[in-house]
Design a binder for this molecule. Structure first.
Ligand SMILES: Cc1cc2nc3c(=O)[nH]c(=O)nc-3n(C[C@H](O)[C@H](O)[C@H](O)COP(=O)(O)O)c2cc1C
Length: 142
């Protein structure tokens, strides 16, 4: 039985909204990186976050630095930002350097002040849910 985890970092609650929608669909608790998340042996870890000054939240980068390939087999990223062009690239590098495979990244818009108002919208949130369901189903088949 493959085990799935969800960790999110958020400043303005978009990642929380997305992570909780994914958690509801997969029946997995979405844990806030700032609230002492507990991670058991995990086959597939969803990492949900925004981009701030071009980077993932520092707390999430720190959390990921503490992971190991023995504990976490693979990860998938779910990222919202105003530009949508840049993903969680340095976070991805940290995971890959540890031998944790990053399967894929889902990107959508997230509003900031008046830019991209209304995002992430319903279809972006359900897009993240579909992305997660698909990867979880694939992980179960391996
Ligand atoms: C302080 C701050 C800095 C941001 N910097 C960037 C940035 O450099 N590039 C970008 O595309 N979006 C940037 N954004 C937009 C966020 O990535 C976007 O709103 C994201 O959905 C936030 O997720 P959250 O609500 O979970 O914190 C920034 C937002 C905030 C609040």
């Amino acid at each position: 039985m493959s085990k799935t985890g969800i960790i999110y970092a958020t400043m303005t609650k978009h990642s929380q909204k997305i992570a909780e929608a994914v958690g509801k669909a997969l029946q997995v608790k979405a844990q806030n990186v700032k609230e002492n998340p507990v991670l058991d042996q995990t086959d597939l870890l969803f990492i949900v976050g925004g981009i701030y000054g071009g980077e993932s939240m520092p707390e999430m980068l720190e959390f990921v630095k503490g992971l190991s390939a023995e504990k976490v087999k693979s990860a998938a990223l779910i990222t919202s930002s105003v530009s949508n062009k840049k993903g969680q690239d340095s976070l991805r590098s940290i995971l890959e350097e540890k031998g944790i495979k990053v399967i894929d990244e889902y990107r959508c818009f997230g509003n900031f002040i008046v830019v991209k108002l209304g995002h992430p919208n319903k279809s972006e949130v359900s897009g993240a849910v579909d992305f997660a369901k698909k990867l979880e189903a694939e992980a179960r088949r391996i």
